[in-house]
Design a protein. Structure first.
Length: 329
C-alpha cells in the first residue's frame, strides 16, 4: 500500500473535518425540526406502516416514506418520523436520528412507527440493518478521537437483540480470526453489518493495517473471521448465497467503488452494470435486483437499481430519496 506523506495526511484530515462539519450542521438542522410534520404525499393521507407488503421504504427529505414496489417513481406515503438512516424487515424498523443537536440515537420502531427501544450512540449515523426475522438490529456510526487512525476518526458498530435487550456496543469486543489465526490490533474497525436468516450469523467489513476484509461473525460465540479482502458494506441476498458489496477500484478507496456481487460458495465476483462509484450499502430489492443511493452534484440523493448478475443497465428508481429497504414478506 502506498504510504502517504505528512502533507497528504494533513490534507485528508482537513477534508474529513470539512465534510464532517457540514454533515453535523445538516444533522443539527434536522434535530431542530424533528417535530415538524411532513407534507402529505398522498391525497387520501394513508398512514405509513412497516407491515410486510409490496412496498419500498425510503427516506424522502429526511422523512420516512414508502412507495409501491410496482411503481416506485409514483405517489409516496410520507410520515412525520424523521431519520438519517433507516432499514426494516418483518415489521421492525431501525431509525438512526439525532437525540440532541450533537448526539445521536438508534430507535427501534414497530410496524406502526412507534418507538420500542432506544440506544444512544457515540457518533454520526452511517449504516443500519435489521435481520430478516426483525429480531436483530445493527448500526454503524463515525466517531472521532481514536489516536491510532491517521484520519482522526473511526467507526463503531453495534447490534441489539430486540427480544432479549442484549446489546453489543461494539464489534471490537469480539475475537478475530484472520488468515486462520487469532488476530489483535488496535486499529481494527468494523462497519456495515448484514444478517443471515438464523439470527446468529452475520457479515460485515473489518479494516486493519490499511486493508478491508469481508468478515463472517458468530453472535453467540462472539467471534468473527475474515473471508476475503477488498469487500466493503456487504448485503446478504435473500437466499443467503451471495453478498452485494462495494469493491474499491484497484483496492484503493480514493479511486472509488464498483458495485459488485460475491458468490459465497465459489468466492467469485461479478461486477454489476453500474459504473458510477457507489458509496453505499446496497439493498436487495428482490432476489435479482439491487437498490442503492447515488447523489447528484448538488448533494440530492436518488435511489437507483441494477440487476445483480451483471446484466442490464442502471435505472433511476426513486428520485429524491435514499436509504432504500424492501418491505416484502
Amino acid at each position: 500500500m502506498t504510504q502517504l506523506s505528512n502533507g497528504a495526511r494533513i490534507g485528508i484530515l482537513a477534508a474529513a473535518v470539512v465534510v464532517l462539519a457540514g454533515v453535523a450542521a445538516g444533522y443539527t438542522a434536522l434535530a431542530a425540526d424533528r417535530a415538524e410534520p411532513a407534507p402529505a404525499a398522498t391525497k387520501d393521507g394513508l398512514p405509513l406502516t412497516l407491515t410486510p407488503g409490496p412496498r419500498l421504504l425510503t427516506i424522502t427529505d429526511r422523512h420516512l416514506a414508502t412507495v409501491s414496489a410496482a411503481d416506485p417513481g409514483g405517489p409516496r406515503t410520507v410520515s412525520t418520523v424523521q431519520c438519517l438512516r433507516v432499514y426494516a424487515a418483518a415489521g421492525t424498523g431501525v431509525c438512526l436520528r439525532p437525540q440532541t443537536a450533537w448526539s445521536y440515537e438508534v430507535v427501534v420502531l414497530d410496524a406502526d412507527l412507534r418507538p420500542h427501544q432506544t440506544v444512544a450512540v457515540p457518533g454520526l449515523p452511517n449504516r443500519a440493518r435489521v435481520s430478516p426475522s426483525g429480531r436483530l438490529v445493527a448500526w454503524t456510526v463515525f466517531v472521532g478521537g481514536d489516536s491510532y487512525t491517521s484520519s482522526g476518526f473511526s467507526t463503531r458498530t453495534g447490534i441489539l437483540d430486540t427480544r432479549t435487550g442484549t446489546t453489543v456496543n461494539s464489534l471490537e469486543e469480539f475475537s478475530v480470526i484472520h488468515e486462520g489465526r487469532p488476530y489483535r490490533n488496535v486499529d481494527v474497525n468494523f462497519w456495515g453489518v448484514t444478517f443471515a436468516a438464523d439470527d446468529n450469523r452475520f457479515y460485515a467489513t473489518m479494516s486493519t493495517a490499511g486493508r478491508r476484509y469481508l468478515i463472517r461473525g458468530d453472535l453467540a460465540a462472539r467471534t468473527v473471521e475474515t473471508l476475503r479482502a477488498n469487500v466493503e458494506c456487504p448485503s446478504l441476498s435473500p437466499d443467503g448465497t451471495r453478498v452485494a458489496f462495494k469493491q474499491a477500484v484497484d483496492a484503493d478507496p480514493q479511486r472509488g467503488w464498483r458495485l459488485s456481487v460475491l458468490d459465497l460458495a465459489t468466492m467469485t465476483v461479478t461486477e454489476t452494470a453500474e459504473r458510477t462509484s457507489v458509496d453505499d450499502q446496497a439493498a436487495w430489492l428482490d432476489a435479482t435486483t439491487l437498490g442503492y443511493t447515488l447523489r447528484q452534484d448538488d448533494g440530492r440523493p436518488d435511489v437507483w437499481s441494477v440487476p445483480a448478475d451483471g446484466s442490464g443497465t442502471p435505472r433511476l428508481l426513486i428520485p429524491g430519496a435514499e436509504s432504500p429497504a424492501p418491505l416484502a414478506a
